[in-house]
Write a protein that binds this ligand. Structure first.
Ligand SMILES: [Zn+2]
Length: 301
């Protein structure tokens, strides 16, 4: 059994699989129901203890060839065994455990083989393919749901709120990664999805875009996978300042938008780039006129 800063008090928390039935099949609601049951827990979410309390009888770290994780169970899910790739980092192993627990709790997930689920590295990044029905689409949808459950469990939105009420900044992404013991990549995706501003994040390796993740109505980007950053954007190690970029360099149809860019250079020649698209103030939109109008209309009510 792997330990990870456990919390034995979970056994007495009232967390039980039957209590999660009301959450139905929705991944976010199941994760939220777990947090409701265990209450406030500062620091990284005790994912291993949660799994054990919910009938995962063992979590084993092994050399898994070509896999990040696996769940050994049966269609009725009486209990389960989670296998995790021991060569992955701790944040990745935590995500994998949460992902496999998602397959275990979402009993509508159809097992991919006789003994359960086998999940590859690329499954851990799967996003929903849309409402199609082929078996490959079903597989992708199940993987995407397990990922939605995992991030909601590991970085629950109520605990993120104080970090989301501030101006977009990759420093907050680093804070999320550290506080919740999730990878910087997972933290960055979570941040752009939940922040009210229009954000996107690019993940680079050796100066080229590996993939991008867009949040809230972010406009189409003019750059894509395999391309380098436009202009003179650099990816030096460490966290850059936030700077104004020319939106026409980065966006397909820039329109009346401003664009702010911030870069986090990482080890291994990797980088995370945060983009913030902001509507420019209309020069014809004089706030004094609005004030006068407001006073005038309020006086007539
Ligand atoms: Zn999976």
């Amino acid at each position: 059994m792997v330990t990870d800063g456990g919390d034995d008090s979970l056994a007495a928390s009232g967390l039980h699989r039957m209590e999660l039935d009301e959450a139905g099949a929705n991944p976010e609601r199941i994760a939220a129901a777990i947090h409701n049951a265990i209450g406030d827990c500062p620091g990284p979410v005790p994912v291993q203890d949660i799994a054990r309390t919910l009938d995962i009888f063992d979590i084993r770290e092994q050399n898994l060839h070509g896999l990040e994780g696996a769940l050994v169970t049966s269609p009725e899910r009486p209990d389960g065994l989670i296998l995790v790739n021991r060569r992955s980092s701790r944040p990745r192993r935590r995500f994998t455990i949460a992902h496999e627990l998602g397959h275990f709790l979402m009993v509508h997930h159809v097992m991919v083989e006789a003994t359960g689920f086998r999940c590859r590295n690329r499954d851990m990044g799967a996003a929903s393919p849309g409402p199609k029905t082929s078996s490959e689409d079903r597989h992708l949808r199940q993987e995407a749901e397990a990922n939605r459950f995992a991030i909601e469990l590991l970085a629950p939105r109520p605990r993120l709120r104080p970090l989301l009420n501030r101006l977009p900044d990759l420093a907050r992404v680093l804070e999320i990664s550290k506080t919740f013991a999730i990878s910087k990549e997972a933290a960055a995706r979570r941040y752009v999805e939940l922040h009210h501003a229009s954000l996107a994040v690019l993940f680079l390796h050796r100066g080229k875009v590996v993939y991008l993740h867009k949040g809230n109505d972010f406009p189409w980007l003019a750059i894509g996978k395999g391309q380098t950053l436009p202009g003179h954007a650099e990816t030096r190690p460490g966290l850059s300042d936030i700077y104004d970029a020319d939106p026409t360099d980065w966006l397909d149809r820039a329109g009346p938008l401003g664009l702010q860019v911030q870069v986090l250079g990482q080890e291994g020649d990797r980088a995370i780039v945060l983009l913030h698209a902001d509507t420019l103030a209309d020069p014809d939109d004089d706030p004094e006129i609005d004030d006068t109008f407001d006073r005038f209309t309020q006086g007539r009510r």
